[in-house]
Design a binder for this molecule. Structure first.
Ligand code: XMP
Length: 510
């Protein structure tokens, strides 16, 4: 697969560059500054993007360019820190600006290859302390702003382009056009589509798996369910899919997922392990203890099933996992270390169950998985569900998790979710949830005094869950949801709405 390699110098926007390129149907990967030219070639790169970064190119430990990159003939798009690095490396001069420029700027003029075809005012998002003061030989200035004489530079002969601003962010509205021009100039085909992703993943799985079998644990979430559909397409009945129902999903969700997957031809082994999970959670209050107990129970149930299924089907050689690209990115920030969320990992299986791992989604972002899911026929309301934590409702049931308390939470949550959908607000929020708090208080209903539970509602807007703001849901809508919950869930007499952003709050209450 041809690619565009993005070298990560630590900018908060690096992932966004890769996302934008992929939205333009070009496969793009992130690598740390320690990458070698050999590795870049092994990734079949047709162009390289240098990201921005928080530091100065003059800092003592400033990360540099891979040796040989600039002589390799590969087209380079250098952004912000990347552009300064490029300038410095080729004999130009970079200077600290008297003031740090941050925010929107308007280009006073623009020309050159990347701007070809762009018309009208060009708003550029700036965030830099240093600026290019003198161009390296062979370069021309192709854009300026009032504060930044060299806002863009290019050397068309060597196909080297520098942008002092960030074309990847929405605050640079015409930025995507620059990325498109860069791809066109580099002669890169835009064929990374979900159909293509699926075809390739199917081929890869078939080659790797041969005539063997693959075991997959399905949690009910989008990733593992989509993976089930993909593997089913690749190897049909040789996929052994186990749906472990923890009893911690939303109201009706387990049944709905099962029905949808069966409807698409996936033959699932469904294990109702809800009693088991409740037993494992008995008496636990601390969220980390809950997570651990759930992880352990999941492994146990899964291992038991794996043994039973080995007896039925004979040897199962592979284990599939829905690991996604954000879990494996090697970036400047992560210092080359792959971080894997433990709940995603069916690691920790006993030694007699030694599988070879296959991870067909390890190159994909979440929304690419959703597109794949669409192409594979998963219904919209399932594939476009909000993120949902692996430990499920257990971490939204504050205090002890019991069958009764889970039921109260599930019903309150269902009122909130179905109301969001009914009022067209579900898609406007990034994630929404109900929490059953451990708080009881006095209320009055009819002629009687009540003493019952408080449910907290939380809805947030976010891009990736790392930061979030509380969603400004209309007051009338919140009033409706509150009434509906109190009227239909007798164990609840009070509903509150969480108005904390993240940070300082987290999305989950736990
Ligand atoms: P927080 O609460 O940390 O959550 O702001 C950020 C995002 O991560 C999800 N989350 C989890 N997902 N296992 C998961 O699979 C977990 O233990 C877990 N804790 C939080 C949360 O729902 C939100 O989308």
């Amino acid at each position: 697969m041809t690619s565009v390699v993005v070298i990560d110098y630590g900018s908060q926007y690096t992932r966004l560059i890769t996302r934008r390129l992929r939205e333009l149907h070009v496969y793009s990967v992130i690598v740390p500054p320690s990458v070698t030219l050999e590795r870049i070639r092994a990734l079949d790169a047709r162009a390289v993007v240098l990201s921005g970064g928080p530091g100065s190119v003059y800092a003592t430990d400033a990360p540099g360019l891979p040796q040989g990159l600039l002589g390799s003939g590969l087209p380079v798009l250098a952004i912000c820190y990347g552009m300064q690095l490029l300038a410095l490396e080729l004999g130009g001069e970079v200077r600290p600006s008297p003031t740090r420029e941050y925010g929107k700027a308007v280009l006073s003029h623009y020309e050159g290859i990347l701007f070809d075809g762009i018309e009208g005012e060009f708003v550029a998002w700036m965030s830099h302390g240093d600026s290019v003061e003198r161009l390296p030989a062979g370069f021309a200035t192709v854009a300026s702003t009032a504060d930044t004489p060299v806002a863009a530079m290019e050397d068309p002969r060597r196909r080297l382009h520098g942008l002092q601003f960030h074309p990847e962010v929405r605050h640079t509205p015409k930025g995507v056009a620059l990325l498109e021009r860069f791809l066109d100039e580099a002669g890169i085909a835009r064929d990374w589509t979900s159909e293509h992703i699926i075809d390739q993943a199917v081929d890869d799985v078939r080659t790797r798996v041969g005539d063997e079998r693959v075991l997959l644990g399905i949690s009910g979430g989008v990733d593992s369910s989509s993976l089930g559909l993909l593997l089913h397409r690749a190897i049909g009945q040789r996929l052994v899919a186990v749906f472990v129902d923890t009893g911690l999903l939303r109201l009706g969700e387990a049944e709905e997922v099962e029905r949808a997957l069966r409807g698409l031809g996936l033959d699932l082994v469904v294990v109702d392990a809800s009693e088991r999970f409740l037993r494992a959670l008995a008496g636990l209050i601390d969220p980390e203890a809950k997570r651990k107990a759930i992880g352990k129970a999941f492994i146990e149930v899964f291992a038991e099933q794996a043994r039973v299924l080995q007896d039925v089907h004979g040897d199962i050689r592979f284990l599939a996992q829905g690991t996604l690209y954000p879990d494996v990115i090697e970036s400047a920030g992560a210092d080359g270390a792959a971080t894997i969320k433990s709940h995603h990992n069916v690691g920790g299986l006993p030694d007699d169950l030694a599988f070879e791992l296959i991870e067909p989604f390890r190159n994909l972002f979440k929304d690419e998985v959703r597109e794949v899911a669409e192409s594979l026929g998963m219904p919209k309301h399932l594939r476009e569900r909000h993120p949902f934590p692996g430990p499920g409702l257990a971490i939204r049931c504050l205090g002890e998790v019991t069958h009764e308390r889970l039921e109260v939470l599930r019903r309150g949550d269902d009122v909130f979710m179905s109301s969001l959908r009914e009022f067209g607000l579900y898609e406007e929020t990034w994630q929404a949830l109900a929490v059953l708090t451990p708080l009881q208080s006095v209320g009055v209903m009819g002629d009687g005094r009540t003493y019952a539970n408080t449910v907290a509602l939380r809805a947030v807007t976010s891009v990736d869950g790392m930061t979030a703001d509380w969603a400004r849901l209309p007051h009338d809508f919140l009033a409706t949801v509150s009434n509906r919950i109190v009227n239909t869930v007798p164990e609840v007499n009070r509903v509150v709405y969480d108005i904390t952003s993240k940070p300082p709050g987290t999305i989950e209450w736990e």
